[in-house]
Design a protein around this ligand. Sequence first.
Ligand code: ADP
Length: 161
Amino acid sequence: MASALYPGTFDPVHRGHLDVVERAARIFDHVVVAVLENPDKRPVFSVDEREGFLRAALSDISNVTVTRFGGLTVACAKEHGTSVILRGLRAVLDFDYEVQLAMMNRHLEPTVETFFMLTKSRYAYLSSSLVKQMAKFDAPVEEFVTPPVAEALRRLAVPKA
Ligand code: ADP
């Protein structure tokens, strides 16, 4: 049975991430979406919130589960009995970093392979940082995120002087 682990910070999840999970769920028997606690990145949303947004968005897909992790991605993959790490790629922007991560993960655990899934062109410029910045300045984000995330993002808006 082929399963995949899709790890990320998801601060917050957006439609580019969801599209990767939806497509992966049609290819793999099971997809585990794993939210990295990652205090180094100082996430705006708590791990509970980030996990909650993902659970709500993905509850209709029966072969997807959502979890969290705090250590090495390869350790999380082993724990879930999968030998595939799935990552999304936007433009060249992601490439160097993703190759570096994949190489290091292969060094740490040669039995785990990293699979890359290309974003849909309409999400190529979408990132969690960008939706947070847009929300901060009250730009509409509904097109890019689910309603609960849009609602939570509205709380980030800088009050108008
Ligand atoms: P991380 O901190 O691990 O990079 P992110 O939440 O930023 O976590 O991203 C998780 C994964 O989703 C990464 O593989 C990233 O490249 C991918 N990703 C981010 N934005 C998009 C997008 N618009 N389309 C497809 N994949 C994306």
